[in-house]
Unconditional design. Sequence first.
Length: 439
Amino acid sequence: MTAVTQRQPSPPSVTTLSADEARRMALRAQGLLGAPGRRGATAARSASARGSGRPDGVRGMLRGLGAVQLDTISVLARSHELVPYARLGAVGRAAVESAYWSASPADGSPARPHSFEYWSHAACILPIEEWPHFAFRRRARRAKGHRWHVMKDSARSCAAVLDRLKADGPLTTSQLGGGRNGGEWWDWSETKIAVEWLLDTGEVVCTERRGWKRVYDLAERAVPAPLLHDDLADTECIRRLVAQAGAAMGVATRADLADYHRLKGEQVDAVIEGTGLVPVAVEGWSKPAWADPEALAAPPRGRHRTTLLSPFDSLVWDRPRTERIFDFTHRLEAYVPKSRRIHGYFAMPLLAGGKLMGRVDPAREGATLVARQLSLHGPKAVGPMAQALREAATWVGCDSVRVERCDDPRLAAALQTELTRTDEPDTGTAESARQGAAD
């Protein structure tokens, strides 16, 4: 009797992407390919929607990215303002703030927030729809019992904060009684420790910043009722966040997916099969990767944005990923002693033609944008850098640009020639920027 040999099923084929395809997918997913040009934010809105397949405006950008990092440093503007500027052009800064935050209406009726602040990649602005997805992190904080500080009387201090918010509505730390004991910045008052603990664990939420101060409110009052729950299991929370990160990056390795919302690698491993992300191989990448199926379905096309990026922009906040995709080594040197800095205090990468082509450490002196330190990756970067500097200057209300230092004297001379051309940069008006900021 002849034995029948069963044929083993063939492993599913894995799509192979070129490094260039992966780079373009990442740019499109981040809203920087097919992004608006320089003819004002009204045009920016329709161009953004056509190019990226996402809702338009700052709020649409936030929903697409899933997280916009906050930081105290303000050079040309704060980082959360620079992120929509990089994608949408000269959006008015006041309009950016109003698009992010949900101030309480003057008539005293409850605000209808479309975002909240919480710990994701770092302290981030997040779409309000993601509130349930961070239940796993809120539960973990509760289980630990404290974060940086320990309260002297936890029950009493938290109850006092909750009572004030319940009686008086949304309040800042100062309005609650003060944030510090009078010492260093980290020497928090009992009230500050309590309200931050309540923020960590989800009883309190921040849906607005006022003068860079968090405005705290009761979560039960501020978060829409359909979203106000912590009943998603940890695994489901993480699955949704990994899927969101994959869509926001286009194509990503395990480490990339973990870093986006500061998850652990093993957490990604546990849920990756249920995310809908597709396994792929990328030429030149040493690790396996996963791609958003929508990104695979349509080849990336459209206009590249020429702009300066915040060091905290989600396109470049993951340094190993930035090196892998763009062959560009980027470090924030704000906290490095001045004598040891290479590229400057707040070096902003130059994005042009879908590549990172240089960087500049900017500052403002009156009506002049000053490029304190600047580097260019060859002659082809000269024109884009001049264009990006002129546009940035216009956006922040400067009428001239001055270059202090450039690492290549010949390129510095060429850049100066470009900057002194008489033609005006093609930027939108402030009014059109204000109109196009929020959807």
